[in-house]
Ligand binder design. Structure first.
Ligand code: ATP
Length: 228
């Protein structure tokens, strides 16, 4: 599903690369944690997959496409296959739960009939059945993150990228969010999650990729947060 071949990324004007010679494969349906100190390159790794940047060197394949050579006009098509969830939820203010999720489909031109059916189904899936009419601002942080996950998943993407999705949530709420991401992963969605939350990584025991100063220093199956 995702292949990094000797990928290096330099930001303009920087002496050190944000990522250096990354080689790895992530298969369809895997759940992968991306860990490492602040500035180690996690966000850069995720942004390369989203084709927000091109690798400076090396080749990156996502869903069968070579991102290093992909034409800019094909990028929206790539991004439709990738759902994204962030620490700060990024919901549309002044809109209801339903409107936030439906909007993701409206912008890609989904038929109204499909939207009417799939949005309630997806709200059900994330545990927000019956809350479609609520303004997002009235929801708890955990509920807002569920809306963001519904919005990311409503299009049934092949890949879900989550950058610190539990960073603003208390431990109990975080467990609920992780159960949801686990369920989405079991529906054959590849999940890649950057996190500083050691207890979640240690509980879930999934593949762990550790970055240090832009280098991949650990790739551990059923891994833990800290170096074992
Ligand atoms: N737009 C940019 N321009 C220049 N340098 C950048 C840019 N974005 C990130 N960097 C640098 O690249 C390196 C990797 O940053 P990145 O944001 O990928 O790390 P991170 O592991 O996601 O950190 P955090 O956990 O704080 O989000 C850092 O040295 C950072 O300062």
């Amino acid at each position: 599903m995702i292949t990094f071949e000797d990928v290096t990324k330099f930001y303009p004007g920087q002496e050190r690369p944000a990522l250096r010679n990354i080689n790895l494969e992530i298969d369809k349906g895997e759940f992968v944690f991306l860990v490492g100190q602040s500035g180690s390159g996690k966000s850069t790794f995720l942004r390369l997959i989203l084709r927000e940047y091109k690798p400076t060197k090396g080749t990156l394949y996502v869903a069968g496409k070579n991102l290093a050579t992909m034409n800019q006009w094909k990028v929206p098509q790539l991004r439709r296959q990738i759902g994204t969830v962030f620490q700060d939820f990024r919901l549309l203010p002044g809109k209801t739960v339903y409107e936030n999720v439906a909007f993701a489909l409206q912008v890609i031109g989904s038929p109204a009939k499909h939207i009417k059916r799939i949005v309630p189904d997806t709200l059900d899936l994330v545990g927000l059945a019956g809350k479609g009419d609520r303004p997002c601002e009235e929801l708890s942080g955990g509920e807002q993150q569920r809306v963001a996950i519904a919005r990311a998943f409503v299009n049934r993407p092949k890949i879900l990228i989550a950058d610190e999705p539990t960073g603003n949530l208390d431990p109990e709420t975080s467990v609920g969010i992780m159960k949801l991401l686990d369920r989405i992963n079991r529906a054959d969605t590849t999940v890649i999650m950057a996190t500083h939350d050691s207890s979640i990584v240690d509980q879930m025991r999934r593949r762990v990729l550790e970055l240090r100063s832009g280098e991949l220093v650990r790739d551990q199956a059923k891994g833990v947060y800290g170096t074992a």
